[in-house]
Design a protein around this ligand. Sequence first.
Ligand code: UDP
Ligand code: MN
Length: 414
Amino acid sequence: MSSAHYQALESQTSDEDNEDIERRQHPNHPRSTTVKTTAPHPMVRKGAVARRRCLLPLAGGALFFIAFCYFTLSGETRITLGLGGGSEDSEEGSHRGLDSIHFRPLNESLHICSESYEDRRQFMQDKPQSDYGLLPIIYFVTPTYPRREQIPELTRLAHTLLHVPRLHWLVADDQEKCNDFLDTLLNRFGIPFTHMVSPMPIKFRNEKPAPRGVANRRAALQWLRQHNLTNGVLYFGDDDNTYDLRLFSEIRKTQRVSMFPVGLIADYGVSGPVVRRGKVVGFLDSWVAGRRWPVDMAGFAVNLEYMAQYPYVNMPYKPGYEEDLFLRSIDLQMNLIEPRGNNCTEILVWHTQTKSKKMGMVRLESKYLDERSNLGALLLNLKLMGVASTTENEGRNALISKNGKEKAHSYFLS
Ligand code: UDP
Ligand code: MN
């Protein structure tokens, strides 16, 4: 196992990414709980002042200049300047606030906890490792965060990934410190991995909805960029989804950007491309909200060679629009999309969600948490996993029973 440490970078540059984004929440957003009033976009405000001040000839000159820029610059240049995409489709799917976003290079605070490039799994899908040597690597990015369900979710996910050859698991934890328990767990699976931490900037934490899993996905994007990886496929796989093993063979074929339906999304129970004669022509998703690419994070994969052409690859902190803006930052065009999963007829990934509960609490005096029983070590493990903690004086005393009869725990532990 090798370990690399990046110096803590300067504080987040996310302000820059977001300064041009309307902080607007859509009332129909499936995850939004509050609706704020819409502040006018800074560019709109500037425009109004300028209109008042400018004389007619000046306005004419400006118009001519804008038209000149628009027709001379390439689509790629336009997207980096934030002037919107260069496709026929851009008019139809445009959303004013989104089209004026400025993408900038990532500069995230990211710390590597540990990593391993050695594949210690012996057999996968019934064949020895060596049979898979030439396949492109799947970089499976999993944003995760500390809560009671974190370790069980990652364990279940690891047991899926254990079957998948040629995969590097980027586990990006939304917290400041490296979790040693998670580190040990990741090492034990034998899957090549990088465990990194990159917390959500404080200012976003109390927002509703918050940009969940964005800081850590951005960190993983930065890691890919820093390693100049151009051979392989990127996939964003959240820790609570359910993955069919056939998904991995499908996404591995990605030449530029592939897409496929995701089950259990919002009102329709599905989100995914509409395909005619082998081409993507639109999207079935119950929440459009101006998104040019109304897809779920788990519904696409990107070839790294394609992504490497776009230095401004980004995922702005804009809840609900993460997928759309990421795909805009790599200048996706409709005709580039490769439909997968038997022309988008199969569900290979499910947006399962786990009900979150608060930490468990076991009331036991610390004097009993010694070698006389298993409970000291067990409760310590549960604490390290963030599942349950012990208390000396809160709530009811812990019950221990035998033959259906409850007894005071001192009876068993003294
Ligand atoms: N996540 C995170 N920080 C958070 C909340 C979520 O890193 O504060 C991760 C989470 O572990 C998951 C992804 O971001 O992998 C999406 O979050 P969640 O599953 O809660 O969102 P949903 O699927 O309900 O949209
Ligand atoms: Mn989820």
